[in-house]
Design a binder for this molecule. Sequence first.
Ligand code: URA
Length: 232
Amino acid sequence: MEEAKLEKIVNQHREMENFFSGGLIVKSSESTDIKKELEEIAEEVYKCRKCELGTLRRNAVPGEGNPKARIVFVGEGPGADEDAQGRPFVGRAGQLLDKIIKAMGLKREDVYICNVIKCRPPENRDPKPEEIINCLPYLQRQLELINPEIIVALGAHAARSLLNNNKPIGQLRGQFHEYCPGMGTSPMKLMATFHPAYLLRNYSDDNRAKVWEDMKKVLVELNLPVPNYGKK
Ligand code: URA
């Protein structure tokens, strides 16, 4: 069959499926398409003024990374360094996150990194519930597009916002949970762990070991090799 004809039939088939699933199931699988759609979300974030954070920020921080990442790391919200550069996790907590990613045998470019809140709350205060409610749809759309095999929620705010509960991070970390993106989309696995900023403030062997245990579970789940640290 001619290539053009075949392409037409494939497109018709996709359109039909899309029509019957209300546009919820059939998603473009091309990484360039996903990249483009992520850029469109970023453009919306740059223009967003849904809450006061939109007027107080220097730069919005939509997120960055591999559009086809198997792992998406989700933090709470930008700090001063991220606000200055418009990029997620570039300050001290970001340097520690980089080390964690490297320890996992991965590169920053392999994963996607973003936050629940896309603009810096003044003085790094906790985001207000209404700010999270306004901002969450951006993250939800990013996750639906990337469709990672695992979401790593960094800290209580990220884990609670995505799991829609109020449990302490000590109870949530270390186990897989299900993040439910919405009707018609399959649940995604979510691992909660301590936020790198918490780890910096509480830099004990015990806390570091806990984060490493959590990341090892992620690697095992993805069938990736688990580097052997600290074993004599
Ligand atoms: N802390 C976060 O939660 N996100 C960042 O991007 C940086 C620090």
